[in-house]
Every structure is written in structure tokens, then in C-alpha cells.
Design a protein around this ligand. Structure first.
Ligand code: BDP
Length: 680
């Protein structure tokens, strides 16, 4: 008897910890293990009623069947009228719909005709779908569904992913394989990944996707490709996801064979109008264009002595009759600028108020380029008359690429909450550069999934904390076991500060390898362009280190003051003596050493915590993360040693003797090179 019980328990364990390949992301719908909770859930939902027959309703029914049956390990019948304890997902049911807009939802426990029901309702089917995903999340995270009263509306209207995917499927700054869009077999072959991509995005409220790289190929706007784009749009539509395209400014010349792309030229304008008409005939709800212009060699209006507003407005006029928008990127800088930090601000603020109403200017979170920590971009608060999009980067170009575990929610929050929440209040939309590829688990690093998840959740609701989001994600992705949830949460929540410390502490920035951006290269000085060189950014010399931006007036005085008093940003704004006394009592050099070592120590602690989870998370993902953390420890040490040895040539002070001393020389680190580093 005892033996059988043991065997059963063992089998149960094995069943729960079956190897998982990570494909299902956070929609795993694993059976509820806790008997009491399972009983409560089964009692609360004995039937489901979904009326309507739109494509979205079909999706809702499918997801509910998939989720409920798997979670509750039973077949829940679909009924046409409530039979008692029914889950009713239907639009337009409640009296309180007026403030919900087109995407918000209500989930409410209610008694109807003497029967206990749970109502999920909204003004639109898409709203109901969002409510359904929310309800399934409650079950997946094992919360009570007995007496619910939830009203939820998204805080940002545009919640987008930006794919930097090329038409040949190479993903710029991609570390998770090749593009998920198989352009070659589209439009006829519909990979189930496309459907799952839409499900995952809708489950966290993402409502738009830019399919192709901002360094755009005009070919995407040709009839052959537009058919392929239309096929994807058709798949995404029931999930509330619109497609957008990156449009190359010189497309009228490249595919239209015009002599110019001057935005004030009639023929050019007509070309874009005709193109918009053609697109909307195929994709009536096409979102619009994302444009990178006059940046890093991309064509743009300045080529014709016109400004960004001239360019954006011309394209916006073409899209306006159909309700489309232009998202114009503010990521601009050129070799002539005295300080790359300032350029976007200088180029864009004079244009504030000059853009058409269907143009949004998309600003990266920081003034340089997705560094481990940046102050928020001053442009975000300097365009009061222009709708702005905020751009984050999920793909970890500067955050350890495909191999480092870095949970980005704290970074997103830091920006959204900057200047007492001013930033989150000004942005009309949030986009992030995607981290997906055709790797089986979508993001290569299993924890890259958490950043995708966190983005969607925060786009919907800025008030969620990093810890809350991590908690939800872990429960759905790994386990509801408190021990597992807590350990993984600790790992995630310490990871962002760790990478800041072992890569770029105290406000250092842009000191990575040139081109591929992999690994440390603070010594880099000869790329041919000053503002691509690490030495330009840290300005280390025997007197001190840091970029003196004291005269920078782009922030309002209160913000300037708060950055001035914050050591996390010290070297962003000041050139500081090596002997400068820090708050800790250490001098700057000692503090720099302290931070670099602390960063490595944190990663080692993350590794230890993870290793203790052996047997508590499934074998396959346990091993993957274990191997990746070993790489991360190695690379964190590499960053620390290379940077400190190099900065030491200026500080001329010893590494404190109680620290583990570098096992290689500076020369060794300098000669490492990586011609085939990914994503470049
Ligand atoms: C930089 C990337 C580059 C992108 C560029 C951009 O290194 O590959 O094209 O940003 O955002 O971070 O346009």
C-alpha cells in the first residue's frame, strides 16, 4: 500500500516537472494541483456561455476551452443560457460600460435569476477577450474567483512591439534565431506560430506590431509583400492586433522609380497617397508607418533640406483618410553634433506643434541608446504639443544579449516614474524592440520571455510593480510553489542592478565593443566617428572620469537637481576626480571597484539561488538557465576585470587587496575579438 502511494506521488512529481521547451510562454495552463482550490474552481465554473459569432468570439471560446479544461482537468460545457455557476463572457452586459472605452473590461461575480455567475463584459469583443485572458491569469496564478469585481482599462492607447526583422529573416540585434515571419512561404503557408504570437500578445494587451526593421527595405511596400503582410493582419485581427510597417523614406525612388523622395514634391506625395490606398484596400485596419529618417545613414527629408515635420506630415496626409498614423522616430544623431546626448532634443523641439495630428514622435527611453541605465530622454518632456511614443528595447543589445538574465521591468518603471511620473503622463503609446526569433522558446533565454510579458503588462497598467509582474510571470511560467516563486523573484529583481554594476556603474555608458556591441571595450577610440567611441563617453584621464554635461539645460531645473544629487548618474553628467569623496565614504576609484565587484557578486548569488531550484523546476529549463547563468558569471567577471584594469591606467590606484585579482592582463582583454558576434 505504502509502496503504491510512493510510486503515485513520484509519478505525480514527474508529471508536474515534465521537461518543457518554453514554447507556451506564460499560457501553459497547467492543472491546478491544490485539491481544495481545484474544487473551489470547479464549483465556481460549471458552464461557460459565450454568445456572438465574430472572429474574436471564436478565439474567446477556443481560449476558454483550452485554458479551463486544462487547468481544471475536466470538460466544461458551453451553454447558451446560464445553468448556474456559469462564466459568461459577452459584450455589452453591464450597466457600467461607459468608462471602459474600446478595450477595457469588467469581471464581476453576480447572481442572475438566482444563479451565481461570473460576468466578463466590455464594449467590444476585444475588450471581452482581454477580460478572458485576465480571468485565466487569475486561475493560473491560483487566485480566488469567488467574488470578483474588477474594472480594467489600458493606460496607454498604443501598445506596440517593433520587430527589427529583415526580409531575409535576419534579425538586427536579434539573439533568438531568425525572424518568426517566413516571408518566403507567406501568404499561403500559415505557421501556427503566427496564431500563438497573436495569442501571447493579446494575453498581455499588446495591440500592435511593426513587422519589419526600422532600417527598412522598401520592398515590403511592393504588392507581393503587401499580400504577405495582409495574411498576417488577417490572423492578428481577431486578437486586436494591428499591423504596422517600417517605411523607407526613399521608397518612391526605389520601388516607384521616381527621381526624388522630396516630401514637398507633388509626384512623391501622389505616390504615397496611391500606396496608402493600395495598402488599405488589402488591410482596412492597417495601423500605419514607423519611420527612421536621417539617422545612421537612413534616407529622410533632410536630404532635400526639409525637416522631420515636412517628412512626417507628408506621409501622415496619405494615411489620414484611412485613419492611419505615422510614428516618426527621434533617434537621430550625427558625427557633427557636439554631444550626441543633445541632438534629438535640438532637432525636434523646434518642431513641437508642427506635426499633423496623426503623427507621433517615438523617443527612446534614454538620450543615448538603451544602455543598462540612462536618465530619461529630455525630449520626453519637451514636446508638449506633440503626441509621443516611448521606445524601450526588449532585445538585450546592451544588456548581455542572448545570454544574460536581466529582468527589465525595473528599468521600464524607472523611466515611466521619472520626474514624479511626468514621463508616464506624457506618453500616448509605448513600443519596444522585440526579442523574439524562431528559437523554440521564442526568446532564446527563458527569462527574455519575462521582459516581453512585463512590457505588455506595464503598457496596460503602469502602476503594477516589478515585483507583482515577476510574481505573475513566474507563477504562470514556472510554478506556483512559494519557494520557487520567491527564489526566482529574488533573482529577477536583483538582476537589473547587477548588470548596471558589472557593466556601467555610476553613470558610465556606451563602453561596449564596437559594431556588435558585445563585451567591454572602454579603450575603443578608432571607429572613425568620435561618438561611436567609448573614450568619447567616459573621458577618463589622470584627473578623473565622466562626461561633463554641467551646462546641459535640456531638463527643467528640478530634474537637473535630482540627477545632480544622484550618484547612479554621476558620470553621465560630471567629470569627477578619482579622489572625489562618495556618499559611502569611499573615493570614486574605490567606489567604482566596489560597484564592479558587487555586480559580479550579485550574479554569483543569482546563480546559487537558481542552482538550489534543481528538482523544483523542470529539468530542461533548469539546465538551460543554469548554463546561461554560468556564462553570465564568466562575462560579468570579464566586464569587471577589463573595465577596472583599463580605468586603472588613469586612476593609478591599486585594486583593493581584499578583492579577487584579475586573472588576465589588460592586453589580453584588448586583443579579444568577435567577428561573428550575433545580431550585428
Ligand atoms: C541601435 C542599434 C541599431 C539600430 C538603431 C536604431 O545598434 O542596430 O538600427 O539603434 O534604433 O541601438 O535605429
Amino acid at each position: 500500500m505504502k509502496k503504491t502511494l510512493l510510486l503515485l506521488m513520484l509519478l505525480h512529481c514527474i508529471h508536474n516537472l515534465q521537461a518543457e521547451d518554453g514554447y507556451e510562454l506564460w499560457l501553459r495552463y497547467k492543472p491546478v494541483e491544490n485539491k481544495a482550490l481545484l474544487t473551489a474552481y470547479r464549483q465556481a465554473i460549471t458552464a461557460v456561455q459565450v454568445s456572438g459569432n465574430s472572429a474574436t468570439t471564436v478565439v474567446i471560446k477556443k481560449e476558454l476551452a483550452l485554458g479551463l479544461n486544462a487547468l481544471l482537468q475536466t470538460t466544461i460545457p458551453f451553454v447558451s443560457t446560464p445553468t448556474g455557476n456559469t462564466l459568461i463572457a459577452e459584450r455589452g452586459l453591464s450597466e457600467n460600460l461607459k468608462d471602459l472605452g474600446t478595450e477595457g473590461f469588467i469581471i464581476r461575480s453576480k447572481t442572475i435569476n438566482g444563479k451565481k455567475c461570473t460576468i466578463i463584459t466590455a464594449n467590444t469583443d476585444i475588450g471581452v477577450l482581454y477580460g478572458v485572458f485576465h480571468f485565466l491569469r487569475l486561475l493560473q496564478t491560483r487566485q480566488s474567483v469567488q467574488s470578483l469585481d474588477i474594472v480594467s482599462t489600458p493606460q496607454t492607447k498604443l501598445r506596440l512591439l517593433n520587430h527589427w526583422d529583415n526580409l531575409n529573416r535576419y534579425v538586427e540585434r536579434g539573439y533568438a534565431g531568425i525572424s518568426i515571419w517566413n516571408w518566403h512561404t507567406l501568404p499561403d503557408y500559415i505557421d501556427t506560430r503566427y496564431i500563438d504570437y497573436a495569442r501571447y500578445n493579446a494575453s498581455v494587451g499588446i495591440n500592435g506590431t511593426v513587422l519589419n526593421n526600422v532600417n527598412a527595405n522598401a520592398e515590403i511596400l511592393t504588392p507581393v509583400y503587401l499580400q504577405k503582410v495582409a495574411a498576417l493582419a488577417t490572423i492578428f485581427r481577431p486578437y486586436g492586433i494591428k499591423v504596422y510597417l517600417s517605411a523607407r523614406f526613399s521608397a518612391p525612388m526605389e520601388i516607384g522609380h521616381l527621381k526624388t523622395a522630396d516630401p514637398l514634391n507633388d509626384t512623391v506625395q501622389q505616390w504615397w497617397h496611391a500606396k496608402a490606398k493600395e495598402i488599405y484596400a488589402l488591410i482596412p485596419d492597417f495601423g500605419g508607418f514607423l519611420v527612421k529618417a536621417n539617422s545612421e545613414g537612413q534616407p529622410g527629408p533632410q536630404t532635400y533640406n526639409r525637416n522631420h515635420a515636412d517628412g512626417a506630415n507628408m506621409m501622415a496626409d496619405a494615411l489620414a483618410p484611412y485613419g492611419g498614423i505615422v510614428i516618426w522616430r527621434a533617434f537621430v544623431y550625427d558625427a557633427k553634433a557636439s554631444d550626441r546626448f543633445k541632438q534629438a532634443y535640438d532637432e525636434f523641439t523646434p518642431l513641437d506643434g508642427k506635426f499633423k495630428t496623426n503623427v507621433l514622435v517615438q523617443v527612446k527611453n534614454g538620450p543615448i541608446d538603451f544602455q543598462p541605465r540612462e536618465p530619461f530622454s529630455p525630449l520626453l518632456e519637451a514636446m508638449p504639443h506633440t503626441p509621443l511614443m516611448l521606445e524601450f528595447q526588449l532585445t538585450q543589445e546592451y544588456l548581455g544579449q542572448g545570454t544574460h538574465l536581466v529582468y527589465e521591468a525595473p528599468l521600464f518603471k524607472e523611466i515611466l516614474e521619472a520626474d514624479n511620473g511626468m514621463v508616464e503622463n506624457v506618453v500616448k503609446g509605448i513600443a519596444a524592440v522585440a526579442n523574439t526569433g524562431n528559437e523554440r522558446n521564442w526568446t532564446a533565454h527563458p527569462f527574455g520571455q519575462a521582459n516581453w510579458y512585463a512590457l505588455g503588462r506595464l503598457e496596460w497598467d503602469h502602476s503594477l510593480s516589478s515585483s507583482q509582474i515577476a510574481d505573475e510571470w513566474i507563477r504562470q511560467t514556472f510554478s506556483n510553489e512559494p519557494k520557487v516563486v520567491n527564489s526566482i523573484k529574488e533573482i529577477m529583481l536583483s538582476s537589473r542592478e547587477a548588470i548596471v554594476n558589472y557593466m556601467t556603474p555610476l553613470g558610465l555608458h556606451h563602453i561596449m565593443g564596437n559594431g556588435h556591441h558585445y563585451g567591454p571595450a572602454p579603450w575603443g577610440y578608432n571607429t572613425g566617428r568620435a561618438d561611436w567611441n567609448p573614450v568619447y563617453y567616459h573621458k577618463a584621464d589622470t584627473a578623473g572620469i565622466g562626461f561633463d554635461r554641467t551646462g546641459l539645460l535640456q531638463y527643467k531645473p528640478s530634474v537637473q537637481q535630482s540627477y545632480a544629487g544622484n550618484e547612479q548618474y554621476l558620470l553621465w553628467f560630471h567629470h569627477v576626480s578619482w579622489l572625489h569623496k562618495m556618499h559611502s565614504g569611499r573615493n570614486l576609484w574605490e567606489e567604482l571597484c566596489y560597484k564592479y565587484y558587487a555586480g559580479v557578486d550579485t550574479v554569483k548569488a543569482m546563480q546559487q539561488k537558481w542552482n538550489q531550484l534543481e528538482g523544483s523546476v523542470d529539468e530542461e529549463r533548469f539546465r538551460q538557465v543554469k548554463m546561461l547563468l554560468a556564462i553570465q558569471v564568466k562575462e560579468a567577471i570579464w566586464w569587471r576585470n577589463a573595465c577596472l584594469l583599463y580605468f586603472q591606467t588613469f586612476s593609478r590606484q591599486p585594486l583593493p587587496a581584499n578583492y579577487e585579482q584579475p586573472d588576465h592582463t589588460l592586453e589580453y582583454y584588448k586583443q579579444l575579438n568577435f567577428p561573428y558576434a550575433p545580431g550585428n
